[in-house]
Design a protein around this ligand. Sequence first.
Ligand SMILES: CC(C)(COP(=O)(O)OP(=O)(O)OC[C@H]1O[C@@H](n2cnc3c(N)ncnc32)[C@H](O)[C@@H]1OP(=O)(O)O)[C@@H](O)C(=O)NCCC(=O)NCCS
Length: 175
Amino acid sequence: MIIAYDGDVVLRELVEEDIPKLAEYANNEKVSINLRDGFPSPYGIDDAKHFYDRIENQHPKTFFAVEYKGNYVGNISLVIGTDVYRNSAEIGYFIGEPFWNKGIVTKAVKLMVKFGFEKLGVSRIHTGVFEFNKASQRVLEKCGFEKEGVFRKSITKNGKIQDEIRYAKIKTGNL
Ligand SMILES: CC(C)(COP(=O)(O)OP(=O)(O)OC[C@H]1O[C@@H](n2cnc3c(N)ncnc32)[C@H](O)[C@@H]1OP(=O)(O)O)[C@@H](O)C(=O)NCCC(=O)NCCS
């Protein structure tokens, strides 16, 4: 089922046929270095199946496939907060390295933000980016996210302690 699209970039529900490509694109240290340790590395077909099983019956659905020119290229998600954070959501995304720097995730994030504000009803979408991940910081800036602060030395990734840059976008009349 298609959730949203902008030209060649489509957000849709993940299907079982995506599992091999998910495992292929996720099994890349240049991807995992930018993500939390909960993202397996190496990333095998069983990891992709486990992920698919976990999100298949999710309600409401907030984990989607990103498609570019008709092909699965990666994932994008919103995780809605709980308790006092129930109107906030954390955005996450990755696409396969062969597709980087084509403007795909910029389009996908804009679509997902609109989906979050209009369909899920959240009023704030945020994320944290590791300090060395300049491409993701650029994506968020291009999508109108504002830098809210730096969580200094809050990340330990591959044995290195790093800053995390926190970004957010607030729902306004002007998306
Ligand atoms: C980060 C990521 C999502 C970007 O996706 P993408 O589709 O390549 O992004 P876009 O093409 O829309 O935009 C990338 C922007 O970053 C810029 N960029 C790329 N590498 C850069 C670098 N090393 N330094 C500064 N800018 C950089 C690009 O030039 C582009 O900006 P521009 O349009 O002004 O030229 C993708 O590289 C990815 O999946 N990385 C691994 C997982 C990840 O980092 N997830 C996010 C965790 S917070």
